[in-house]
Design a protein around this ligand. Structure first.
Ligand SMILES: [Zn+2]
Length: 358
């Protein structure tokens, strides 16, 4: 091979390697319209101005619900904090069975207005199992858990609309084929955001989007970090990505309890600093994704979270809601001023007993 031939060969080799994993994002408002389709974007949907865009705070808890961790949930909601429509704040519980979930307690969480989602039946190890699991196996895990939640937790089957994959481990297209076959409406398993503190400079987090068009790696290289990521189209299936947070020592975490804090003040500042990035930025939903074990290991964490939520309830444009309400809004993004009188939310569980609902 001559020198020039070798140069051309190397060029072709490099470009072919680069083209693997690089795809172009074909989503645009022309081929993707609400309520069934939303392109991945870092701007508020429907052309809303930042000033009229509600800031959503998504508090979520993963894994089994037990007598032991239920006391933490009771304490979090014991302050009776309310959203701007005078109804109680709520959270999302991604519940796995793991042979020790207490479904009576899950029923109570649902009755209090929280969103209940499926986080698999077994939550089995090893993590790599979730990469290779078949559609049938995943259906047994996610839809199977939904059926148990409906049967033993007395939650209407159709009200359990979402899923989160254990370990946030993607499994290519298979989990999403299963999600569509079994009519799940949303997933919240994509990990995104910077993985070092320098990346947070001028960082704009993404909004929830539908999987009609896969973002690939060309536009948002970090949208789905724990691959293999899906490559096919799943029309109408929403993704609520987990946006990493920046911890006090420069570490980053997709689950908030993955960032180490050593005091209540430091924990409060950690939550508030990350919140401000969203609130003073593009107002993309701010997720605080947790395992209740955080409160056991760190007695300072619960008072800090409660103080943070008290602060949130003083804002007229901040809403602490479960995933079901977020998706309801994402399909029909109305300005903040219209949300306070948004009738479906006035009659949601959790506000019926606590507000006049007129
Ligand atoms: Zn889990």
């Amino acid at each position: 091979m001559s020198l020039s031939e070798e140069t051309i060969f190397r060029f072709l080799l490099v470009t072919s390697i680069l083209s693997v994993g690089v795809s172009f994002y074909h989503c645009s408002p022309d081929n993707c319209k609400l309520p069934e389709c939303q392109c991945l974007s870092c701007d508020p949907p429907n052309g809303l101005n930042i000033a009229e865009t509600p800031q959503f705070v998504l508090l979520s808890f993963d894994d089994a619900v037990t007598q032991n961790n239920f006391k933490f949930f009771t304490e979090i909601f014991s302050d009776g904090l309310k959203n701007p429509n005078d109804c109680l704040i709520s959270a999302t519980f991604y519940v796995s069975d793991e042979l020790n979930t207490n479904y009576k307690l899950v029923e109570t969480l649902f009755q209090d207005g929280n969103t209940i989602s499926s986080h698999s039946s077994t939550h089995r190890f090893p993590q790599s199992w979730w990469i290779t699991a078949s559609e049938t196996q995943l259906a047994a895990e996610f839809d199977g858990q939904r059926r148990v939640l409906a049967l033993r937790g007395h939650i209407p089957y159709q009200k359990i609309m979402g899923m989160r994959i254990p370990f946030l481990q993607q499994g290519g297209n298979t989990p999403y084929r299963m999600a569509q076959s079994y009519r799940f409406k949303y997933d919240s398993s994509f990990v995104t955001g910077p993985n070092n503190h320098r990346g947070f400079l001028n960082y704009r987090p993404p909004w929830p989007f539908t999987l009609n068009h896969q973002p690939g790696r060309s536009v948002f290289p970090f949208i789905c970090d724990i691959g293999p990521c899906p490559t096919e189209s799943f029309p109408g299936l929403w993704e609520i990505p987990l946006v990493r947070m920046l911890g006090p020592n420069g570490q980053t975490c997709a689950m908030a309890d993955g960032c180490k804090t050593t005091s209540a003040t430091e924990t409060y500042d950690f939550l508030m600093n990350n919140f401000q990035r969203h609130y003073n930025g593009n107002r993309a939903p701010f997720g605080i994704n947790l395992h209740a074990t955080w409160f056991e290991r760190n007695p300072h964490a619960l008072p800090a979270l409660r103080r943070f939520l008290r602060e949130m309830s003083t804002h007229k444009d901040v809403w602490v809601v479960g995933a079901e309400m977020l998706i309801d809004w994402a399909r029909n993004p109305i300005p903040n001023r219209a949300l306070s009188t948004h009738v479906p939310w006035k009659y949601a569980r959790g506000c019926r007993r606590e507000c006049d609902c007129k």
